[in-house]
Design a protein around this ligand. Structure first.
Ligand code: BES
Ligand code: MN
Ligand code: ZN
Length: 490
């Protein structure tokens, strides 16, 4: 949706006014003019609207706006980012079904622990995504876009200048997240490593980042043995993408690393065909890094941020890397391949090694790394691993405030035994038990930064099916979290 933020939008420009109502709130303290507020109160009273979660009633009335839609959100004390996301998803669906070309959303409730500004930003950013669909490949009626203009009315009245500031910010975040969703949803035949690199380059140009792309020759020259090993089965060339945001005032450097497997078949250790199509999302970490870099630049965050993205397909073929192979990575460390499906860590280890060159204060990688992480945490939280308690704390807080929680799991050396190899420095898989942890411990072997975190987004980067908060497909997880973190250390 095209969003605006205004405390006094023209009623004549609103086809449908959506009002969030908590349970039993008969006269919500709405930041609206007296006339409109009375109309809402009458609407609630006339039907005895209870405000149960996801209860929805639309009423037509005299004057502008013609329609008022009450959306229940459940108990007032339980208002949370999650509850508001669910309500906004309902709003988007109804607006689209009704073909309301212009809507407004008003909610008097603040997210606990936040001020009106913070809640406004959250609502605006999420409202912008309320009608998100990935439809460039729909050629018929279904693909026809219906554009909705949405005005967010802040919980407390604000002036035009403040509204403009919040809107700029919400748009940058929302557009960056949309970019990540579009990249994730793009099919693997279209979004190859070379195309991903082109897209990164285009984003860099638009947002004022510098961008360097290494092709296969340069990757060979850099001796990125992990990335090259995974690439061997594919007919598509690999790429290594570097994005950089270097503001003059920056005192700190953060490296963001993203897994860019544009399709993961598993390789010789091939995956079952059921749901293999979901492995087009295996470049979601790369998407997150591109989106976060874009937002960091457009928000002019005074931190130097370097994005590092290794990208390839993982496919079986006569030239593919095999179980039993021993690979020398860029760091010089050797890895015995026991499962070619543990390819993410093989490309990330080279990127983590490159990060050393930038002497980062913090090093954070995002990757759809393990099915084991999804077994552990499901789809509600990303897995977070870190060698730095303070960084872990800050990232968990950033994730929570962004409305996309992360939960910490250990990366203790106690688990190193799982990846011990008889013949090489380590093996690339520690087996099923504690699979998310042994993957993190593998990555840790290539990290020299004392403040590193690994975010496993295998369960959060995309939804297998539409749910109450998101449509099916890529979610763009990680961008808002990364931006909050960067702003916190700026
Ligand atoms: N890309 C997958 C992880 C994944 C699984 C992401 C499900 C999203 C949903 C990764 O490359 C992988 O295949 N991991 C293996 C590791 C194992 C072989 C040690 C896994 O999780 O099974
Ligand atoms: Mn894999
Ligand atoms: Zn993978």
């Amino acid at each position: 949706m095209q969003i605006t933020i205004s405390s006094d939008p023209k009623p004549s420009g609103i086809a449908n006014l959506f009002v969030l109502v908590a349970e039993g709130d008969r006269r919500p303290d709405l930041p609206l003019g007296k006339k409109l507020r009375e109309r809402v109160d009458d609407a609630i009273a006339s039907i005895g609207f209870e405000g149960r979660a996801e209860q929805v009633v639309s009423l037509a009335g005299e004057g502008e706006p013609k329609k008022i839609t009450l959306v229940g959100i459940g108990r007032r004390a339980a208002v949370s980012r999650r509850v508001l996301r669910t309500a906004i998803q309902v709003v988007g669906k109804i607006a689209r079904k009704n073909r309301d070309a212009s809507i407004a959303l008003v909610s008097p409730y603040l997210i606990p622990g936040t001020d009106a500004r913070e809640t406004t930003l959250f609502l605006a950013d999420r409202l912008a995504h309320a009608d998100y669909r990935f439809d460039p490949y729909k050629t018929g009626e279904e693909g026809r876009r219906f554009d909705i203009g949405a005005t967010l009315i802040p919980p407390k009245p604000i002036d035009g200048r403040e509204a403009k500031r919040l809107l700029d910010r919400a748009r940058i975040l929302a557009d960056s997240v949309r970019l990540v969703r579009d990249l994730g949803n793009a099919p693997g035949n279209e979004l190859t490593p070379a195309v991903l690199a082109q897209r990164a380059q285009a984003v860099a140009k638009e947002s004022g980042l510098s961008c360097t792309i290494w092709d296969k020759k340069q990757i060979e020259k850099m001796k990125m043995g992990g990335l090259l090993a995974v690439n061997r089965g594919s007919n598509e060339e690999p790429r290594f993408i570097t994005l950089e945001w270097s503001p003059r005032k920056a005192k700190k450097t953060v490296c963001l690393v993203g897994k860019g497997i544009t399709f993961d078949s598993g390789g010789i250790s091939i995956k079952p065909s059921d749901k293999m199509e979901e492995m087009k999302f295996d470049m979601s970490g790369a998407g997150t890094v591109i989106g976060a870099m874009r937002a960091a630049a457009l928000l002019e965050i005074p931190v130097r941020v370097v994005g590092l993205i290794p990208s390839t397909e993982n496919l079986p073929s006569g030239s593919a890397y095999k179980p039993g192979d021993i690979i020398t990575t860029m760091s010089g460390k050797t890895v015995e391949i026991v499962n070619t499906d543990a390819e993410g860590r093989m490309i990330l280890c080279d990127a983590l090694h490159v990060a050393k060159r930038y002497e980062p204060d913090h090093l954070i990688d995002f990757a759809t790394l393990t099915g084991a992480c999804v077994v552990a945490l499901g789809n509600e939280a990303s897995g977070l691993f870190s060698n730095d308690d303070e960084l872990a704390r800050m990232l968990i807080e950033a994730a929570e405030k962004a409305g996309e929680p992360a939960w910490r799991l250990p990366e203790w050396d106690d688990y190193k035994e799982l990846i011990r190899s008889e013949w090489a420095d380590m093996k690339n898989s520690g087996g099923r038990w504690g699979g998310a942890i042994s993957a993190a411990v593998f990555l840790k072997q290539f990290v020299e930064c004392p403040s590193w975190a690994h975010v496993d987004i295998a369960g959060t980067a995309y939804t297998e099916n539409e749910n109450a908060r998101d449509p099916r497909g890529a979610t763009g997880v990680g961008v808002r979290m990364a931006i909050r973190f960067l702003e916190a250390i700026a």
